[in-house]
Design a protein around this ligand. Structure first.
Ligand code: PS7
Ligand code: MN
Ligand code: MN
Ligand code: MN
Ligand code: MN
Ligand code: MN
Length: 347
């Protein structure tokens, strides 16, 4: 594995960036254009949480040991050269955890306030993830779904807002709007959960809340066999609509940002999630494969996401696209979707 070779030859900071580029598609690009010292803090924040998530996602690691490791993961950031072997859901993440001492070294060099934010969010995310271990496959309510998404993504939004505020490049009270930071994370995470329907079910887990899918099926995996059925698509559209509820908050949050590079960092993943949601809406392929957005669209989008005007134009564009995909028959869901679309178009 190429990352394994790099682990022996690179200094700690270069190893961190090599790993970032290896494991994340879009985040590597937007993180690396941030100004220093914010860039290094966000890079380490990302890698620490990736390490934590790869523990959560390791379906072979015994449950009791996993719960302990998740809950105590943040403490390891304070132990020089801490690492763990043989844990992680893919080879790259195992290498990340085997070389975690390198990440700890760079972590120690960060601003102390940034270190304490990263520690605090890692602690809260780890205990939140632990709460949901074994519960997966049985998220009952939309409230519980929102809480899980808060733990794994809303908290990241909040932590990033604190980092931005502390950098002096954004309003000092940006993080006060916790509800908006939370929505920024939830919008990304819910899009990931909808898109990963099949992959997650095949791994023996799901985060689709029963409160939603029970209106359309007796078991969630029915949709794999009946992807084109009206009930299957109605359920999918209901899930997409639930994510779409966060769009007004996302637009509100982005409108508060001052620094062009921070705006790009925040906006690009949100606009990509928006593009993905449009693709997922009413699309039976969600139940049988992994739906992705076109490479060309991703490029165009990343290159034209630098001003609030451009960002608003993308939100408007994708909102009219999804509007055209709303089924012609009317029911409570299509009505709500039209209302949301009309509301977002006026923002
Ligand atoms: C900008 C105010 C520190 C940048 C960015 C790693 C991605 C892995 O991929 O289903 O299917 O395996 O297991 C708000 C990112 C929320 C979080 C959550 C935006 C850290 C990130 C660990 C807030 C990202 C949402 C996916 C938990 O679960 O994934 C602003 C930086 C952001 C990481 C993400 C990720 C969970 C996740 P996959 P899973
Ligand atoms: Mn994961
Ligand atoms: Mn996960
Ligand atoms: Mn996922
Ligand atoms: Mn709100
Ligand atoms: Mn309409």
């Amino acid at each position: 594995n190429s990352l394994n070779q790099l682990a022996h030859t690179l200094n700690d900071l270069d190893f961190c960036y090599a790993t970032l580029n290896k494991v994340s598609r879009s985040f590597a690009l937007v993180i690396q254009q941030l100004p220093q010292p914010l860039k290094d803090s966000v890079c380490i924040f990302y890698l620490v949480l990736r390490g934590l998530d790869s523990v959560e996602d390791d379906m072979i690691y015994p449950q009791d040991k996993k719960i302990f490791l998740l809950r105590n993961f943040y403490n390891n950031l304070l132990i020089d050269n801490w690492s763990i072997t043989g844990v992680g859901d893919t080879e790259d993440y195992r290498i990340l955890l085997e070389n975690f001492g390198k990440i700890i070294n760079v972590f120690k060099s960060l601003d102390t306030k940034d270190q304490s934010i990263i520690l605090d969010i890692t602690r809260q995310m780890g205990s939140g993830m632990a709460e949901y271990i074994g519960k997966t496959g049985s998220i009952e309510t939309v409230t519980s779904y929102n809480l899980y998404c808060h733990y794994v993504a809303g908290l990241v939004g909040h932590g990033l807002s604190v980092l931005f505020a502390h950098s002096g490049l954004e309003d000092t009270d940006l993080h006060v709007h916790e509800h908006l930071s939370n929505s920024m994370g939830l919008f990304l995470q819910k899009t990931n959960i909808i898109r990963d329907y099949l992959e997650d079910l095949q791994a023996g887990r799901t985060w689709w809340p029963k409160e939603i899918w029970q209106n359309y099926a007796t078991d969630l995996d029915e949709f794999i066999k009946t992807p084109n059925r009206e009930q299957s698509l109605e359920c999918l559209n209901h899930m997409v609509m639930d994510s779409f509820n966060h769009v007004p908050d996302v637009i509100n949050y982005l409108g508060r940002l001052k620094h062009r590079k921070i705006l790009e960092f925040c906006a690009i993943p949100q606009v990509m999630a928006m593009a993905t949601l449009v693709e997922l809406y009413n699309n039976p392929l969600v139940f049988t494969s992994v739906v992705k957005i076109r490479k060309g669209l991703t490029c165009k989008l990343m290159l034209n996401c630098s001003t609030l005007n451009e960002i608003h134009a993308w939100f408007y564009f994708f909102t009219t696209n999804i509007e055209h995909k709303i089924p012609k028959h009317t029911n409570v869901n299509t009505n709500h979707m039209h209302e949301l679309v009309d509301r977002i178009k006026k923002l």
